[in-house]
Design a binder for this molecule. Structure first.
Ligand SMILES: *Cc1c(COP(=O)(O)O)cnc(C)c1O
Length: 412
């Protein structure tokens, strides 16, 4: 079904300029237009090259440990008392989250393009660690931009990146978090574009990144689809995943887009409350909190949290990986056309989800992934045992233990 906006709805493919309806595109300084076109062309060539995908899947298998299991969560299922709950175990991936899938794919592309210097941004440090890891694997120079506030909060990941041979550059501008790190990485890229590849960490940014990152992450959904069919003999009733920039969610959702009976549910960070500045729920900005929801941030058009004057709003989430003012353009599109639904979970709800999963399944999920747990349990309650729900456990919680301990201190 090819619609007037050029998007094929049944497969959710963007037009040739990376637009999903009104969202996406390429809003960048002049100097980046040609490099992005070159990258798009090389990605399209790689997409049609069987040997590229062979190497990609071989690395995901032998280096990263794929396929990740689909785990039947008996005790969470019993707790909810309804649909069977399955966890897609991205937390078991090498380096601890789904980020490695995209890092491997883009590093292979950088190598094809002859680029020897890789730059990346990171918030919580998971993407920085994944990037530093693949750079070590391929012998590429690696520079990671990270906000000073995140460097402080995520000291362990900074140490891991340095151990892997990466240079970590502390960014002292703005709120000293992810947004500022991306600004700085883009500045570096404009200056050094000839020898540098920018390895972006989510389904965000100018075309072709949202498309490319989705393609690399779709391995999650393809595996999950095959695994659930094998286990239950039918498609699941719903998929639930947390949404920061949107890469783990779109990776799980995408291979199910054409299966209209499968509900696609994204969960954003509800933070501390509904006031602008207290959350990162781009699809849930309270009426009167600013209102102008659409905008351009970091090269792409999407839903953007902003004030009345169009200034990018500050955001808050207990999980650094969901703490971002915009969301990937394909999610904006799937939101507007109703194919996917977006809920939010607060910091407290995420902590509750984390504890339930830890105590009832023996798995400590990342705080990001923990946002998906309570909404999934609530949905499971309203379904029957003939239904199955897949929750994407995007990462493991080791990185968050310190933070959880101090959160408990303040609430004790
Ligand atoms: C980075 C991260 C996220 C958020 O990023 P998406 O692109 O929305 O997936 C979610 N979970 C984990 C574990 C992460 O590291």
């Amino acid at each position: 079904m090819q619609a007037a906006d050029g998007v094929n709805r049944l497969v959710s493919e963007p037009d040739e300029f990376g637009h999903w309806g009104r969202y996406g595109g390429r809003y960048v300084p002049e100097t980046l237009v040609a490099p992005l076109e070159e990258m798009t062309a090389e990605f399209m060539r790689a997409q049609g090259d069987a040997s590229f995908w062979e190497e990609f899947h071989e690395l995901l298998r032998d280096f990263s440990g794929r396929p990740t299991p689909l785990f039947r969560a008996h005790r969470l299922t019993e707790y909810a008392g309804g649909a069977q709950i399955f966890l897609k175990r991205e937390d078991l991936s090498h380096t601890g989250s789904h980020k490695i899938n995209n890092a491997v794919g883009q590093a292979l592309l950088a190598r094809r393009m002859g680029k020897r210097r890789i730059i990346a941004e990171t918030g919580a440090g998971q993407h920085g660690v994944a990037t530093a890891t693949v750079c070590a694997l391929f012998g590429l120079k690696c520079i990671i931009y990270m906000g000073a506030e995140d460097v402080r909060r995520q000291a362990l990941n900074v140490f891991r990146m340095r151990l892997l041979g990466a240079e970590v550059v502390t960014v002292n501008a703005g709120t000293r978090t992810l947004k500022d790190a991306i600004n700085e990485a883009l500045r570096d890229w404009v200056t050094n574009v000839h020898e540098t590849y920018y390895l972006l960490g989510s389904a965000l940014g100018p075309h072709p990144y949202p498309l490319m990152v989705r393609e690399f992450q779709s391995v999650i959904g393809r595996e999950a689809r095959e695994q659930i069919l094998q286990r239950t003999g039918k498609l699941p009733s719903a998929l639930v995943a947390c949404v920061g920039g949107g890469s783990n969610a779109i990776g799980l959702f995408h291979p199910f887009i054409a299966d209209g009976q499968v509900r696609l549910i994204g969960v954003e960070a509800g933070g501390r409350g509904e006031l602008l500045g207290q959350h990162a729920a781009r699809f849930h900005a309270a009426p009167g909190s600013g209102g102008h929801l659409e905008g351009v941030l970091h090269g792409t058009r999407s839903y953007v949290l902003q004030d009345e004057g169009g200034q990018i709003a500050t955001t808050h989430s207990v999980s650094a990986g969901l703490d971002y003012a915009a969301v990937g353009p394909e999610h904006a599109y799937l939101h507007d056309n109703g194919r996917a639904e977006y809920l939010s979970a607060t910091d407290d709800e995420a902590l509750q989800g984390l504890k339930l999963c830890a105590e009832r399944e023996g798995i400590i999920p990342a705080l990001e992934s923990s946002h998906a747990i309570l909404p999934a349990l609530n949905l499971a309650k309203r379904l029957t045992k003939n239904d199955a729900i897949i929750v994407n456990l995007s990462g493991r919680g080791d990185k968050d233990v310190q933070l959880i301990a101090s959160a408990e201190d303040t609430t004790a």
